[in-house]
Design a binder for this molecule. Structure first.
Ligand code: HEM
Length: 417
């Protein structure tokens, strides 16, 4: 049995997952926090578990103490007012809230936002393009999604600095080693400030609705039902939290994979140069499958005795579906350990499956496509500026991502002004 959750495992968990898939596809494991959980690693079992209504998202169903100890991994969950978000609730509440938010957060909302994502992307690249080197995590992948989500939610520009500080604090805490700050007390204070700010902002916007997402959340109604101010604040919070670090790591892991596979990356550059976006679309999906940001889906708890992959799971047991393992299952994907940006048969689980399927997938795709296209077009000889073995991964449970991604490239000539 390979060692799980070690430093080597954080660097490359895939051999351990291959072993689990083959020898112990549904395995009871004690996590570094001391909490026990079933790890589900085969694609078929994973897909079934993600859609199984007997697996609840509500931590009250945990037979242990995860709720009391705030171990579900999302900062602020101990702040009861923010608890009622989509990833913590089951039908019928989930159905009602998801329907309401879906009215505000539509693919059209995202499409209209595309020029702003391009502008942000170019702005961050402008800041380092003349220098010939950069840390793509800190200077690009980290700031892009938080600026995007602030704009999308409708956080006024003058408040965005504070908002970004609180969000950064929460993510740095969830990710030990990502910069300074982030003690438990500091995170609790940041979450509290963000909640108070969101409630106040929602209140302010109620009298002056715009075309931003928070206004959309206030406006959304379903058979005469609206979100309460607390529900709207919790919704804005989960949109921010679910959409921030995931996008940082989708860009970071994706660029890392592209730099490590020059032939694939050259094919993508050629197709972009020819003005063809088809390969870019399949590439974003393949990068998610091959080394996606969400290593495990969020916690689920058995509400009754059941079986997963033939193993009995007791009521109250936590279940973690390992998306990274399922998406490399040879029973579902041809040559799963090979990256093929043109892969067409690719029903990966990187965005989850079932009723909790990622609500932000259209935005994530837009940000990823824009980021990869801009980087590869503007910095065509982008290369890793570190030994691959020296790169450090963050080692969290749910998320997978790099701490830094040092790159070098020929400096972009400044346009003559
Ligand atoms: C960048 C890549 C992203 C990935 C790989 C990703 C992945 C996921 C996954 C795997 C789930 C399901 C979790 C589970 O079932 O336990 C999920 C749910 C969710 N995601 Fe994403 N996500 C991404 C970006 C975003 C963005 C940008 C947003 C919003 C701005 C977002 C908002 C959400 C929300 C609200 C849920 C909960 C949906 C529900 O419970 O009904 N995500 N995401």
């Amino acid at each position: 049995m390979p060692e799980l959750f070690s430093w080597q495992f954080a660097t490359d968990p895939y051999p351990a997952y291959a072993w689990l898939r083959e020898h112990a596809p549904v395995r009871w494991t004690t996590l570094p926090s001391g909490v026990g959980a079933w790890l589900v690693t085969r694609y078929a079992d994973a897909r079934q578990a993600l859609a199984d209504g007997r697996l609840s998202k509500n931590p009250v169903h945990h037979a242990g103490e995860s709720l009391a100890k705030g171990r579900t991994g999302i900062p602020g969950e101990r702040n009861a007012d923010l608890m009622t978000h989509l990833l913590n609730i089951d039908p019928p509440d989930h159905t009602r809230l998801r329907r309401l938010v879906s009215k505000a957060f539509t693919p059209r909302t995202v499409a209209v936002f595309e020029p702003r994502v391009r502008e942000l992307t170019d702005g961050f690249i402008d800041a380092f393009a003349g220098r010939g080197e950069a840390d793509l995590i800190h200077e690009f992948a980290f700031p892009l999604p938080i600026h995007a989500i602030c704009d999308l939610l409708g956080v006024p520009r003058e408040d965005q600095g504070d908002f970004r500080d609180w969000a950064g604090m929460m993510v740095r805490h969830a990710v030990p080693g990502q910069g300074g700050g982030g003690t438990r007390g500091g995170v609790a204070r940041a979450v509290k400030k963000m909640r108070a700010y969101l409630v106040e902002l929602i209140h302010r916007k109620r009298g002056d609705l715009g075309d931003d997402l928070i206004s959309g959340l206030i406006r959304a109604s379903d058979h005469g039902e609206h979100l309460t101010e607390n529900e709207a604040a919790a919704m804005a919070f989960i949109l921010l939290f679910a959409g921030f670090e995931t996008t940082v790591n989708l860009i970071g892991n994706g660029v890392h994979t592209l730099l490590a596979h020059p032939a694939q990356r050259a094919a993508l550059q050629d197709s972009l140069a020819a003005g063809d976006g088809t390969l870019l679309e399949t590439a974003v999906e393949e990068l998610l499958r091959y080394d996606g940001p969400v290593e495990m889906a969020t916690w689920r708890y058995a509400t009754e005795p059941l079986e997963i992959g033939g193993r009995p799971v007791a009521a109250g047991d936590p279940v973690l579906v390992v998306l990274a393992a399922a998406d490399r299952d040879p029973a579902r994907f041809d040559t799963p350990d090979t990256i093929d940006l043109a892969r067409r048969d690719n029903p990966h689980l990187g965005y989850g499956h079932g009723i909790h399927y990622c609500l932000g997938a259209p935005l994530a795709r837009l940000e990823a496509r824009t980021a990869f296209a801009a980087l590869l077009t503007r910095l065509p000889d982008l290369r890793l500026a570190a030994e691959p073995d020296d790169l450090r991964w963050r080692g969290g449970l749910i998320m997978r991502g790099l701490r830094t991604l040092p790159v070098a490239f020929t400096p972009e000539a400044r346009p003559a002004s």
